[in-house]
Design a protein around this ligand. Sequence first.
Ligand code: SF4
Length: 518
Amino acid sequence: MTYRDAQLQVRAMVATERGTIRKEAATRIALVYPSPYRAAMASLGYQQIYRLLNQVPGLAADRAVLPDDAAAARAAGWPLLTLERERPVGEYPLLAFSVAYELELAGLIDCLALAGIPALAADRDHHHPLVVAGGPLTFSNPVPLAPYVDVIVLGEGDQLAGEVVAIAGDVGWRREALLDALRDRPGYYLPTVHGDHVPKVGQADDALLPARSQILTPGSELADMFMTEAARGCSRGCTYCVMRRSTNGGMRVVPVADVLAGIPAAARRVGLVGAAVTDHPDIRAIVRGVVDGGREVGISSLRADKLDDELVGLLARGGYRTLTVAADGASERMRRVVERSTKESHLLETAALAARHGLKTTKIYMMIGVPGETDDDIEELIRFTGELVKVHPKVAFGVAPFVAKRHTPLDGTDFAGIEVVDRRLDRLRKGFAVYRGKAELRPTSARWAWVEYMLAQGDRRAGLAVLDAHNAGGSFAAYKKAFAARSAAPTGARARVPSSSEIIALRKRTVAASAAGQ
Ligand code: SF4
């Protein structure tokens, strides 16, 4: 593999795009996504920051993404090239990473290696670019990122991304001067200044909403879909969720006219994005506006208790084939414990609506291993699935092991255990078998959920373990060994699973703290 091969691969990605920004500017920075292109272009946050940074006079932001086969690219000595300029990322004065979740830390390490930049900030000097990170992960626990980056932009980066780049340019891209300039500004976590104490997340000015796609491409996971925010945040209080009402004041709604006016004429597929889009008071008018324009529609978050004939009818007209909702708790009891308002009656109605409107599948997201869950909750899910498949004969469950996140009432609760999760998945598999193909289980890995947990609840030692594990081949066994070698215990772990009443007390304390503005 040669430099030319890397160039051709990048060129092939860009060739299918509409909306690529080709800008001449005195200053250029690299906007790096530590997952492959198809994921990068399906990230509305990444697209929004790309659009906003390129609106700044005199500044251009060029994208770079993790190669599909990062190991092969590293072995072949490929440089990481920007998509717009086909220039090595290592030549830029500043790299800004967008990190969505814990397991992308390995991708960030790969990107730095491909850019020829030492992974650890402590090993870099003034010859190296500045490294900044932001993105959804910063709402929960960014501390494992600390060894690798100079600055972390916390929470909503719509304004802060432009601010940090402007300040970095003003101080001549000098690390110490940048840290001095940022140390008293809100919204930044500076690992060498703040230690493991993470300041409060930033909140963007509502005038910058809605976030919108800049680029349409068939190469995205959401092929050729124009994404636009309909709402930001959520007003509900699920106790495991970082986007709950205590984050940045709950849900902020984008007016119908603003959502619809921003959709370009060329967009044939429109994705309405937000933590709780169906809680938008005018969601039906928005969906009708999209569908009446002859477009397909997608919604990132359907709430079962918000669906009715009118909305599902519109979704069916807009090309829906699968009606997807989240239930999260395996039983009515567990949903009450985690304050998830979805009930069996809502799920049965969802399945009935899917059947009535000719949709192929009802899909339900579920967590297992939630604190306080027992085998009886799993048995209840198996029994209830029998009721669901009588209503709609194709039900799929996307099942993920519960991972406790920072800034939630369940922060610090233990991982259920790989064996427990695998045993419960196995029980579900066997339980669903009696429904003869009408109920399908689509689980995610318990092992990698445990790795996610170690990072979600860990500190810098957990972050450093990722480098060790990655250098040792990146297998699950390598991670296990690396966490043990670094003594990377979850820092907030409790000795035992809290009872339901303890969880309710925790929840009350968090709500009170949030009301007090803490
Ligand atoms: S899980 Fe969904 S409904 Fe619950 S708080 Fe989070 S975004 Fe809101």
